[in-house]
Design a protein around this ligand. Structure first.
Ligand code: FES
Length: 128
């Protein structure tokens, strides 16, 4: 079992913003084909800002901690700022992940970006 630091353990044991937004403005799903872990992000957008962010993660401890941190960081950001969130910045905020768990940090930012793209697509097509 990899050794997680306290911050990662905290987000793993008490993940923030877990759940689903029923009338989400955008939904993004991302999976890791190697380990089979899956993550879904739901966003609510108001005035070009992420008003609410929730997620559901079926994955390892690092994946859960990463989703929790991404949701916390992204809330209140503009869409442009959120699109610039990188796996590295998330791992940094978590004060580091074990080397063999770094790949797990990719899913969080990617799933969030997918949710934003989904929202933008819906804007263009009038919600269809
Ligand atoms: Fe799959 Fe961590 S082992 S995301």
């Amino acid at each position: 079992m990899p050794v997680y630091n306290e911050k990662v353990m905290d987000h793993f044991m008490n993940p923030r913003n877990v759940g689903e937004i029923k009338d989400a403005d955008g939904v993004g799903e991302e999976g890791n084909p190697v380990c089979g872990d899956m993550m879904t992000f739901y966003i609510k957008v108001k005035d070009n800002k992420l008003e609410d962010v929730k997620f559901k993660t079926f994955g390892c401890g690092a994946a859960i901690a990463v989703s929790s941190m991404v949701s916390e960081m992204a809330k209140g950001m503009t869409l442009e700022e959120a699109m610039k969130l990188t796996p590295a910045s998330v791992a940094d905020k978590l004060e580091g992940l074990p080397k063999n768990k770094l790949h797990c940090s990719n899913l969080g930012a990617q799933a969030l970006h997918e949710a934003i793209k989904d929202y933008q697509k819906k804007q263009k097509t009038g919600g269809k």
